[in-house]
Design a protein around this ligand. Structure first.
Ligand code: SAM
Length: 395
């Protein structure tokens, strides 16, 4: 029995994670289609015309709102979904909004049990596109998930992955830890999330279309969020013969405003990214030899990796992860005091994490609200990055 999946489904049965609007109406689908087109065209450099006349497999399809858009762009879709409510909903959505005379299949199963179809000579029927959005980090088999995606792809076929990455997710993991530390039960987690992360939740809800409740359940109540490290994801791609094509945010893009891709009309990089690029280009002669920057980046990655997969009630593993995190943060603060200019933001940020951990450790809940209000970077604005998008091609 897949315990992770059963627990996940218990949460999702209560609050569905893939309902992006209150009412599923044509005008909402048109709006969602526009956002998706912006993501593919302008951010991932993947023309939506490439969905035409394709066979697409969607693993963990939820209510099928994204697959129906790919269907409207010309793909015939196979939807794999474990949650029975979402599975039924996706059939309804396809019946109502899907492309006429298109051939679609729906399977209400664990995606890891998906065997696909075989030809008479026992060869697997392969897909042109395999899509998996917001799913694999909720399983305990994130590497196997990519393998499954790759196995079902034709040579030259397209892998589309939406998943969280440890560095982007560090602040969300800290939020999870904070909530678990100060809340006695689930009800309190919900209450405290609204109290301490109100602005973040309002912004996230406005941008994603999901209700604040759905975001709280998916991000904080949900017992499993096991993010990928960017480096290991590239290794998994290589291992499974997936060549990296594009990602959003782009690797090397650092501008906060660019994260708000749904509001962007065009693809011009913002100033912060240009400045950062200039900094890298201008110091390129140094970058390879810049050991301090390399060590700093390694440490940042190590911190995020070691503070991953934070689970409610799993106090034993949390406390050893916290001990490690405190040690790493202290080291990095000590070492990087007067270092490289573009690390100074990080220095303040890490000092803030350090203070947060002290407050939580001493259970000084009274100080918490004022502290979070006064931080310069921690839990401000985007609070890291909940989701990254990747496109790869099967070799
Ligand atoms: C956050 S939702 C994303 C849904 C959809 N892909 C989207 O982007 O809107 C995650 C979905 O993955 C499904 N899921 C998670 N693990 C699964 C598994 N092992 N097999 C099938 N579905 C799974 C959940 O039931 C849920 O509908």
């Amino acid at each position: 029995m897949n315990i992770t999946l059963k627990k996940l489904n218990k949460t999702y049965k209560r609050v569905n994670p893939s309902t992006y609007f209150e009412k599923i109406e044509k005008k909402n689908i048109v709006e969602l289609e526009k956002q998706r087109k912006n993501l593919f065209h302008n951010k991932l450099n993947f023309p939506i015309e490439l969905f035409k006349n394709k066979k697409l497999l969607d693993l963990g399809s939820g209510t099928g709102l994204y697959s129906v858009i790919y269907n409207l762009w010309g793909s015939d879709c196979t939807l794999i979904e474990y949650d029975s409510h979402s599975f039924k909903k996706s059939k309804e959505i396809f019946e109502k909004f899907g492309r006429q005379n298109s051939q679609n299949n729906f399977k209400n199963i664990d995606l890891f049990n998906f065997k696909g179809k075989f030809t008479l000579d026992k060869r697997r029927v392969l897909y042109d596109i395999v899509h998996c959005n917001g799913v694999l980090h909720h399983t305990s088999k994130k590497e196997l998930g990519i393998k499954l995606m790759a196995e079902n792809l034709k040579s030259g076929g397209v892998l589309i992955l939406g998943a969280s990455i440890v560095t982007g997710f560090l602040q969300r993991n800290l939020q999870r830890y904070l909530l678990y530390k100060i809340s006695k039960n689930e009800k309190e987690i919900v209450k405290n999330a609204k109290k301490y992360f109100k602005k973040h939740l309002m912004r996230a809800s406005k941008i994603s279309g999901r209700s604040i409740k759905a975001i709280i359940f998916d991000t904080y109540i949900n017992h499993k969020i096991d993010s990928y490290s960017l480096n290991s994801l590239m290794e998994i791609f290589k291992k499974n013969k997936i060549s990296f094509y594009s990602s959003f945010p782009k690797i090397n893009s650092i501008d906060d405003e660019e994260m708000e891709w749904k509001n962007d009309k065009e693809n011009y990089p913002k100033n912060e990214s240009l400045n950062f690029t200039n900094l890298i280009w201008g110091s390129r002669n140094q970058s390879k030899k810049n050991k301090k920057f390399e060590t700093f980046s390694d440490e940042l990655l190590e911190i995020s990796k070691s503070f991953n997969d934070i689970s409610y009630r799993n106090t034993k593993t949390i406390s050893s992860k916290i001990t490690k995190l405190k040690k790493n943060i202290n080291n990095i603060i000590k070492k990087n005091k007067k270092e490289i200019p573009h690390v100074s933001k990080m220095h303040i940020y890490f000092s803030e994490i350090n203070t947060l951990l002290k407050i939580l450790n001493n259970r000084e809940v009274i100080k918490l609200e004022k502290f979070i209000f006064n931080t310069k970077y921690l839990f401000k604005g985007y609070s890291g990055l909940g989701m990254n998008y990747f496109i790869g091609f099967k070799k």
